[in-house]
Design a protein around this ligand. Structure first.
Ligand code: ADP
Ligand code: MG
Length: 237
């Protein structure tokens, strides 16, 4: 525990919440599906970044997670790795073998970011996990992982079966919480709609953002139980 305190201090990892697990020091500290570790090797990603060190074990605990770390610090992999690991395990269980269930929703504030995350997710997920984003025909894709903007997701919310959803991941959550004056369909309202639709008994939520926001923190502490929080660097707002 003392060692872990030192590791956290050295990496500027700040935590909040009950029973936050130890940070991982190497990717090998969590057993990874073959495809995932091979792809990490190919992309020459050797060691976890600070946000990955702490967010990966938190998500593997199936906690609700609030995470903030600067832009470019590897937040995408911080949620892609635990999710791919979890889905791979679930798919080995008979009841998930059909592969027709929506297990993960990732929200991104813009279509560009949604496409980018979709591409990265697909690479790490490998051929056995179906990752999708909305195409221009606007039909709901048959997928286990769906990456979307709130706008598009809200439009299709009635067509989604979220009963088996394991994760609602809100990326760039500080931007999604912004209230835009005079704009009724602001992200925050859309997020609330999505949130209400994702209340399955297996559903956990993870919020990732570049800036730490007391407003988001307060909202999460009030609205989500068993939340584990991790913040890298300074609390900057
Ligand atoms: P963020 O979402 O925090 O802004 P990204 O997840 O987009 O950052 O990652 C930024 C870049 O860093 C990507 O090119 C990604 O491949 C790379 N990257 C992610 N994790 C690591 C790591 N552990 N070591 C080295 N590079 C990494
Ligand atoms: Mg990002």
């Amino acid at each position: 525990d003392k060692l872990m305190g030192t590791v956290r201090r050295a990496n500027r990892i700040f935590i909040w919440g009950d029973d936050v697990p130890h940070p991982i020091l190497r990717f090998e500290d969590v057993a990874m599906p073959k495809h995932l570790s091979e792809h990490l090797n190919e992309t020459k990603i050797a060691d976890p970044s600070p946000i990955q060190m702490q967010a990966i074990p938190l998500m593997l605990q199936r906690r609700n997670v609030l995470a903030s770390a600067p832009t470019g610090s590897g937040k995408t992999l911080a949620f892609v790795i635990p999710v791919v690991k979890e889905i791979t395990r679930l798919k080995k269980l008979k009841k998930y073998s059909a592969g027709d269930k929506l297990l993960v929703i990732v929200l991104e504030p813009t279509r560009e970011l949604a496409t980018q995350t979709f591409n990265e997710f697909s690479k790490y997920a490998g051929p056995n996990i179906r990752v999708a984003c909305f195409n221009d025909e606007s039909t709901v894709p048959d997928a286990e992982v769906l990456v979307s903007t709130p706008n598009r997701l809200v439009y299709h919310i009635k067509d989604l079966n979220t009963k088996f959803l394991r994760w609602l991941i809100v990326d760039e959550s500080d931007r999604l919480f912004e209230v835009i004056e005079g704009q009724e369909k602001c992200f925050r309202n859309q997020l609330a709609t999505v949130y209400r639709a994702c209340t399955g008994k297996f559903t956990r939520r993870a919020f990732f953002s570049a800036t730490f926001s007391y407003e988001v923190e307060t909202w999460c502490k009030e609205n989500i139980d068993n939340v584990g929080m991790v913040c890298i660097g300074e609390r900057n707002s």
